[in-house]
Ligand binder design. Structure first.
Ligand code: HEM
Length: 425
């Protein structure tokens, strides 16, 4: 009997993990109890053809060492994807292959030596100096204009709408994209985020296929326009110069732009939207921030990165046979690193389920990755978030959530569909 009860509990834990990996909205509402339970009871859980890592030390090692122990590129041929592909209809297989070609042509899925060769081309525009000079005034300008518009609304505002248009407009400034094109980019990026490397659904593969075609078609037009222009912006001109020099291929240049449009948008939007919600759900923390926005906006962003974990998990594959806690894993095993679980690991963070914007250990979060694939846009995302939370605390200290459940979407990028707020007393 006891065994039967244990077996049921196990099944339900695994079912919840599978649900989270597949992006079931009801589970996305609060994934942390499930991830905490996995970390505490099954830190080396194998399910859905993948080893699921949830302890901070394991996820840190996974992200930090993907040159020898773990590989991004080889994950394309992992058992997890091969089995998924075999289950799909031939139409969905064609889409799945196309989506995999796009995903695995991007920097974030490359291994050395290609990874460093391509990465070096796009890092200069993101140095602290260049960001301060080129992007800071633009970010401030976008933010002020959007907050003025928000302030003029009497009644309920959808803060989610704000939280996705603000980083998107900043990306537009970064890459030289006109405002009127941003809605289509949001649509494509959102479909790709919902379906990202989803090994669980044929529909996901088919809709991601058409979203990628839309996004890449747009990127081709952007490259053509900027090639003809003398005012090409930092990132795009760096890519075009490197392509001209033979340092990267044309396909690598277009995939880099597609990745930025995707990677720099939904992630930042989630940090801003969920971060605002979490601050307002913890009135003591919101009050602290409102009382000292200049001092606490920076640490609040670090703590919200930890607490929210905008990108909940990432996928790799073992590059050689490995052993964890004396258990052997063969080469070629799919490995999913759940940063959302690692960021709540009590071995690293005191009272991990408490939001505490004054905590000093927040900086050990893994939300922006680590090691070779560490987020290129980290400085830009931190700049946007710090400015936003500081300004919200200064301008709208009476902000409050409209009671009611939030609808959730996305997968590894867990996304609130709307976030109704009242800003004025
Ligand atoms: C809060 C916002 C953001 C979060 C949480 C975030 C998170 C991440 C994470 C976790 C990775 C590593 C992925 C992995 O190892 O699989 C990553 C990589 C990357 N991010 Fe971000 N990101 C954010 C904002 C941005 C922005 C604003 C940009 C660009 C404008 C950007 C561009 C990139 C790129 C290009 C990579 C790939 C780096 C590589 O593979 O070498 N990200 N990001």
């Amino acid at each position: 009997m006891a065994n039967q009860v244990r077996a049921q509990a196990e099944t339900s834990l695994e079912a919840r993990v599978l649900g989270l990996l597949a992006g079931k909205p009801a589970l996305l509402a609060d994934p942390f109890p499930t991830w905490n339970e996995v970390r505490e009871t099954r830190p080396l859980l194998t399910t859905a053809g993948a080893l699921v890592l949830t302890r901070h030390r394991d996820v840190r090692e996974l992200l930090g060492d993907n040159f020898t122990m773990y590989s991004r590129q080889q994950s394309r041929h992992s058992r997890r994807y091969d089995e998924a592909r075999a289950r799909f209809s031939s139409l969905a297989q064609t889409s799945f292959d196309y989506v995999m070609d796009q995903e695995f042509g991007q920097l974030v899925r490359m291994d050395p030596p290609d990874h460093l060769r391509v990465r070096k081309v796009v890092t200069p525009p993101f140095t602290a100096r260049n960001l301060a000079r080129e992007m800071e005034p633009k970010v401030q300008g976008r933010l002020d204009a959007k907050l003025d518009a928000l302030a003029s609304v009497d009644g309920v505002v959808d803060f989610k709408e704000f939280a996705y248009t603000f980083p998107l407009e900043v990306l537009g400034d970064l890459l030289g994209i006109p405002l009127e094109d941003l809605d289509s980019i949001h649509e494509w990026a959102h479909v790709i985020a919902e379906n990202k490397l989803n090994a669980d659904s044929e529909e996901a593969a088919i809709s991601a296929d058409s979203a990628y075609r839309g996004l890449l078609g747009y990127v081709d037009r952007l490259i053509a326009t900027q090639r003809a222009s003398t005012e090409s912006t930092g990132v795009v001109s760096a890519l075009l110069l490197a392509e001209g020099d033979g340092q990267i291929s044309h396909d690598e240049a277009r995939q880099m732009l597609a990745l930025m449009l995707f990677a720099g948008h939904e992630t930042t939007s989630n940090l801003l939207a969920i971060g605002m919600r979490d601050l307002l759900r913890h009135p003591d923390q919101w009050r602290l921030l409102c009382d000292a926005p200049d001092d606490l906006a920076n640490p609040a962003v670090e703590e919200l990165l930890r607490f929210v974990t905008p990108a909940n998990f990432t996928q790799y594959v073992t590059a050689r046979p490995i052993e964890i806690d004396g258990i052997a894993f063969a080469q070629g095993e799919a490995v999913i690193g759940v940063s959302a679980a690692a960021n709540r690991d009590p071995e690293v963070f005191a009272r991990p389920d408490d939001l505490d914007i004054t905590r000093e250990d927040a900086k050990y979060h893994l939300s922006l990755g680590l090691g070779p694939h560490f987020c290129i846009g980290a400085g830009l995302a931190r700049m946007e978030a710090t400015k936003l939370f500081r300004a919200m605390a200064e301008r709208f200290p009476d902000a409050r959530l409209v009671p009611g459940d939030i609808q959730w979407g996305g997968r590894s990028l867990r996304t609130p569909i709307t976030l109704p707020l009242i800003l004025h007393p």
